[in-house]
Design a protein around this ligand. Structure first.
Ligand code: AMP
Length: 449
């Protein structure tokens, strides 16, 4: 189906084509017509599904077709997103799709000077993309005029809640005109999100796209058992393989990220870091170099990497095991985006085992264990006995609930945990069964296509 068939203006459809997209993604097919008809929409979709274009394209349509001399220079659309990186990324999308329109676009986020942002708001801009904190700062200083606002978008609302932005979101939405169209996007439809929907949206249509929490669809996952002491050497060993050509490494801490980057750099591997101690310009430069391929490895913390969209990431490495199962899903969603395939590698130390088993329950599948060929782990510290993976068909082993962070975010039932469109854990015969099965496949490797 071409984009025009969704009711989009030819100028916008042309820009989309020029961006290389020939067909709308499922979230776009469902959401765009609803938004064009003026509905409030709640989109349950993760990054990687094309959700940004799902709200940006109809907003552009509204701004281009209903523009008049009187409302030309006032803020007509506001997009709120949790992180600066996401704001910059949404801005890139807006500029790409708006290239044949004459619209002013401004971004508002912290970590950089306020002056240029204030000037852009003063000069008049139709679209503003903002993080909540800085927007509130500028609202308090009287630089923000919402009187002509027609559309508001809350992107990654679940993440904004996690980051404690609820009061800020409430303050912003309260300041908006009552007569408006509102869209909210979230990776999942939790109780909190439902409450927010009732508060911020009216008669919203829900558009739900099969959870990309089905990581096995596109991403090959495996685990290396290791120790804290051996992790750095193991990473350097794995990076000898040239197929790991664009690698996003997740570290739990900023300090850890710096340490990994220093070691990789001193081993001759081009590495950059992305975390909140880096200045905004350093973060933008790091992402740019990674996207351009001049940096092979980007070491990031979860918050900094949230929502980043880099095409062609070949591997995600969970150097530190993710603190929540959702973080795992978000992290590995950085690879295997759109139609690409990617690998997700997790380092698991004896301390991470409980969390790994909980993760395997959460995603309803075992993650194959793998052994790094030619890597002498004993040089770093003897490995603890081999782990076994969780098997879906093991009814006699109910584990006592452990009071850890995974327990609270575990789906309520196995049924909930199973991705809507994914194969059942025990499914075989699809050529990728080895990836989705348990430890029997521990030593299998997969050739990249
Ligand atoms: P998002 O979910 O908005 O982060 O988008 C994920 C990726 O899909 C981005 O790289 C988009 O540029 C890309 N994308 C958006 N729309 C389409 C489409 N219709 N076909 C293929 N890729 C798309």
């Amino acid at each position: 189906m071409p984009f025009e068939a969704l009711g989009l203006d030819p100028k916008i459809a042309k820009a989309v084509r020029e961006a290389g997209y020939t067909e709308p993604t499922p979230i776009q097919t469902k959401a765009i017509p609803l938004v064009l008809r003026g509905h409030d929409v709640i989109g349950i979709a993760q990054t990687g599904t094309g959700k940004t274009a799902a709200f940006v394209l109809p907003i552009l349509q509204r701004l281009s077709t209903r523009g008049s001399a009187t409302n030309r220079r006032c803020m007509r659309a506001l997009v709120i997103a949790p992180t600066r990186e996401l704001v910059v990324q949404i801005e890139e999308n807006v500029r790409k799709y708006a290239r044949h329109l004459h619209l002013r676009i401004a971004t508002v986020y912290g970590g950089v000077g306020e002056r240029p942002q204030i000037q852009a708001l003063r000069a008049g801009t139709e679209i503003v993309i903002a993080t909540p904190g800085r927007l509130i700062d500028l609202m308090e200083q009287g630089h923000v005029d919402f009187s002509g606002l027609e559309v508001a978008v809350l992107d990654e609302a679940d993440r904004m809640l996690d980051m404690g932005f609820l009061p800020a979101m409430r303050r912003i939405v309260k300041a908006l005109p009552k007569q408006r169209q509102t869209m909210m996007f979230s990776a999942s439809l939790s109780k909190e999100i439902e409450t927010l929907t009732n508060e911020f949206l009216s008669n919203a249509e829900v558009v739900q796209i099969g959870r990309r929490a089905n990581p096995a669809e596109l991403v090959t996952q495996f685990v290396y058992e290791t120790t804290k002491e051996a992790k750095l050497a193991l990473l350097i060993h794995l990076l000898r393989d040239a197929t790991l050509d664009s690698v996003l490494v997740f570290s739990r801490t900023k300090h850890g990220a710096d340490k990994i980057a220093r070691r990789l750099s001193s081993s001759g591997i081009n590495t950059a870091t992305l975390h909140s101690n880096r200045s905004q310009s350093q973060r933008i430069a790091a992402l740019k170099a990674f996207k351009a391929g001049t940096v092979r490895v980007l070491v990031a913390t979860d918050i900094a990497a949230r929502g980043i969209d880099v095409e062609g990431i070949s591997h995600v490495v969970n150097y530190d095991f993710p603190p929540q199962p959702e973080d795992y899903v978000h992290r590995i969603g950085r690879t295997g985006r759109a139609k690409a395939v990617g690998d997700a590698i997790s380092f698991v130390t004896p301390d991470d085992r409980g969390n790994l088993r909980d993760l395997e329950r959460f995603i309803s599948r075992g993650i194959p264990r793998k052994v790094a060929e030619g890597f002498d782990a004993s040089a770093y510290k003897a490995l603890a006995p081999t782990m076994t993976s969780w098997r879906p068909s093991r009814p006699s082993a109910p584990r006592p609930q452990r009071p850890n962070t995974y327990a609270s975010s575990r789906p309520q039932s196995r049924k909930d945990a199973r991705p809507a469109h994914g194969p059942r854990p025990s499914a075989g015969g699809n050529g990728r069964a080895a990836v989705n099965s348990g430890p029997r496949f521990a030593d299998r490797t997969r050739r990249r296509p």
